[in-house]
Design a protein around this ligand. Structure first.
Ligand SMILES: CCCCCCCC/C=C\CCCCCCCC(=O)N[C@@H](COP(=O)(O)O)[C@H](O)/C=C/CCCCCCCCCCCCC
Length: 214
């Protein structure tokens, strides 16, 4: 079953992560940020308890959109160009946040870590039993990824919010890609692309020693 006209379908959102990889394995920031915008829209539909998460995500997406639409937009067309430009211009705070607190490199790193959470969460949803708890899948994915970078208070607030997540079937329904079986199939198609974007970014950041930016 296709999504109702005008309705929000996660299929289109996740397609952003497919479209953002070029044949040269570069990551186009435009579609990458579009993917994140769509995910935030989805998150907003899950209730006000998630607003502290969506506000932070939106702030980071906005920083990147400003670079991508700004005077140096050519330097922010791809992730690779951005890393080259910011590193060669000394535009990244490497030890502590000071002159360049919101560099593109540190901002994308936060989204990149969240992409790992997304990958684990979607894999969990896809492979879990029908009666599995979405909240448990989300908590496990979070603990195995993003939690390591968050202070205690954020970790607690996140886990409380996860407890309000609907059942797995209800969740798959909200994705608006048809019934649970179609949703599971769609996740199976989308996940390799998310893994690919994550892998390319991880490799690039490792190469340039950017994985611990403050
Ligand atoms: C069918 C599945 C669809 C899944 C759709 C999920 C939609 C998720 C949408 C957005 C994900 C949120 C991205 C969060 C980015 C967090 C970046 C971050 O780590 N920020 C922290 C560090 O930033 P700096 O201080 O260094 O600038 C910041 O401290 C964080 C604050 C807010 C809390 C972040 C908790 C993240 C939990 C992510 C799980 C989202 C739960 C969604 C439930 C489905």
């Amino acid at each position: 079953m296709a999504a109702a006209p005008g309705a929000f379908s996660l299929r289109e959102v996740l397609a952003g992560f497919q479209e953002c990889v070029t044949e040269q394995r570069e990551v186009l920031l435009g579609p990458y940020l579009c993917g994140w915008r769509g995910l935030v829209r989805f998150l907003n539909g899950l209730g006000a308890i998630f607003s502290f998460i969506s506000k932070d995500a939106v702030a980071k997406i906005q920083i990147m959109e400003n670079y991508c639409g700004g005077e140096r937009r050519e330097e922010y067309r791809t992730l690779q160009a951005m890393v080259r430009y910011e590193l060669s211009g000394g535009l990244v705070d490497l030890q502590r946040r000071s002159a360049h607190p919101d560099s593109g490199c540190r901002t994308v790193l936060r989204l990149h870590r969240a992409l790992r959470w997304l990958q684990l969460f979607l894999e969990g949803l896809r492979t879990a039993r029908q009666d599995a708890s979405t909240s448990a899948i989300c908590t496990d994915s979070y603990n195995a990824s993003l939690a390591a970078y968050h202070p205690w208070v954020v970790r607690k607030a996140a886990v409380v919010a996860f407890c309000t997540l609907p059942s797995r079937d209800a969740f798959l329904e909200v994705m608006n890609v048809g019934g649970p079986e179609e949703a599971v199939e769609m996740l199976g198609d989308a996940l390799p692309h998310i893994r690919n974007v994550y892998g390319i970014t991880q490799e690039l950041y490792e190469q340039h020693h950017l994985l611990d930016l403050p």
